[in-house]
Design a protein around this ligand. Structure first.
Ligand SMILES: [Fe+2]
Length: 228
């Protein structure tokens, strides 16, 4: 068989990506020589009148300790407070920066959300209940296929995703994302995976296997039965 006789979905998707997503007439895609990061480590958030509420939220929600704090409000110029907090041995996982007069951009521009992986569905449910007891309401919960995700909003309206992988390895999650989630012809409907976090908590309490509850098809079935 001559080279080029087989066109896989990969070829079609790549061409579609190049055609629709990349700037025209540019170099288009790098040559792959850029060093890759070892990790995504921290998030820095600018805020104004919600500074205390933001520090309180991130300390509680992510079970953080303060690593450092500074107060430059007395200094001239745009000096403000800054809190550097962390849930583990990193010097900071969040920097909350007081920037007077700053306003969070409304609408769709900017970072849409940051996602944090947890060890188990049980942890996601525990955090959901803990957050609820603090008056932090969930925005929505959804099984995306490769992840089960619970979304929240911080005092400034920045969205946070807490999630677990639905497969045992990152490779399987990537496989789903690449080949299955938006596969042409499947008409993937994201909303079908949305579920009631209260009911999910009940199923977890009842001891259902997390592997079962992570599967999107099972979530859709349980919803049809009124159990999720
Ligand atoms: Fe996400």
């Amino acid at each position: 068989m001559a080279e080029g006789d087989i066109r896989t979905d990969d070829d079609v998707w790549y061409e579609n990506f190049v055609e629709n997503y990349l700037p025209k007439g540019s170099e288009r895609i790098g040559d792959g020589s850029a060093p890759r990061p070892a990790a995504l480590v921290h998030i820095s958030l600018g805020t104004d009148e919600n500074f205390e509420k933001m520090v309180d939220f991130y300390m509680k929600f992510f079970n953080c300790k303060v690593v450092n704090y500074r107060d430059k409000r007395a200094a001239s110029g745009d000096g403000g407070r800054a809190a550097f907090i962390s849930w583990d041995n990193r010097d900071h996982r969040f920097a909350i920066l007081e920037r007077k007069g700053s306003q969070r951009a409304r609408g769709r521009a900017g970072i849409a959300h940051a996602a944090f992986q947890y060890a188990s569905l049980k942890d996601l449910v525990a955090l959901y209940r803990q957050a609820k007891s603090w008056g932090i309401g969930i925005v929505h919960a959804i099984n995306h296929g490769q992840s089960t995700s619970f979304y929240y909003s911080d005092p400034d309206g920045n969205e946070i995703e807490t999630y677990i992988d639905n497969f045992d390895t990152p490779e399987e999650c990537t496989h789903f994302k690449h080949w299955i989630q938006y596969r042409p012809g499947l008409e993937y409907n994201m909303k079908l995976g949305a579920f009631d976090p209260e009911k999910m908590g009940k199923l977890v309490d009842e001891g259902h296997d997390e592997k079962f509850l992570r599967q999107r098809d099972n979530v859709i079935k349980l919803k049809a039965e009124g159990k999720l």
